[in-house]
Write a new protein. Structure first.
Length: 230
């Protein structure tokens, strides 16, 4: 069974890609530079919370400079009020619904322990998130022609300079939002996990010669004990 690397597949993968494309969309709107500046201002106004739970954001969050995994997680948790009203009309409703579904699914997926109820909710939430992602792509993304971010353009120019290929074409490339990625595919399936232990499997494990002496009680109250053969 393949275990999902949630840090790289979600916070540094699907969520980072979505956040970057939302900023690209803001730049395409009339007064895009002012909207991005307002976005950074709103992030800066978000107060810190708890002992390192939500840390103070920088004054240029949109540039995503020197951000760790926890920073992208903090951005996701605080992003709904920050983006509110920045997109026009129905697009704002779609973006807000998408951000809510993403944060909801992320919260369930990060639980340390699962029950049958939470696993069912996780699968249902991912289906709703998938619907919102397709709606976002087909309606909002299709309505705008986005270009690469200034940091992406600068990185491309530096790469071209290193390769000595010249900088004749330094115009911003078109950047679309893609859903068909392996990271999004891996984020969907959730492994079946029973809410209660299988006592037959537990007893078989305890009888293994690789373990020492262990005792456990079954639901009927019987004591299960195992000794190593060594």
């Amino acid at each position: 069974m393949l275990v999902v690397d949630f840090m790289h597949e979600c916070e540094l993968g699907t969520w980072k890609a979505l956040f970057m494309h939302l900023i690209r969309l803001l730049y395409t709107l009339p007064g895009g530079n002012n909207l991005v500046a307002l976005l950074d201002q709103r992030f800066r106004q978000v107060p810190s919370y708890g002992n390192g739970v939500i840390r103070k954001f920088s004054s240029n969050t949109s540039e995503m400079k020197r951000l760790a995994t926890q920073d992208f997680e903090d951005i996701l948790q605080c992003t709904m009020p920050v983006f509110e009203g920045l997109f026009p009309g129905d697009h704002d409703t779609i973006v807000q619904s998408l951000l809510y579904r993403f944060a909801h699914w992320h919260t369930l997926a990060k639980l340390w322990a699962h029950s049958e109820t939470t696993l069912s909710a996780l699968d249902d939430t991912f289906k709703r998130l998938s619907y919102q992602l397709h709606r976002f792509r087909d309606f909002t993304c299709a309505a705008f022609t986005t270009a690469e971010l200034p940091k992406e353009k600068a990185a491309r120019e530096r790469k071209a300079a290193r390769e000595r290929s010249g900088l004749e074409n330094v115009d911003a490339d078109h950047s679309a939002y893609f859903l068909l990625t392996i990271r999004l595919e891996l984020a969907g399936p959730s492994p079946p996990q029973p809410s209660l232990p299988d006592w037959d499997d537990l007893w078989a494990c305890l009888k293994s010669p690789l373990v020492g002496t262990y005792r456990a009680k079954s639901p009927s109250g019987a004591t299960l004990e195992a000794h190593s053969c060594s």
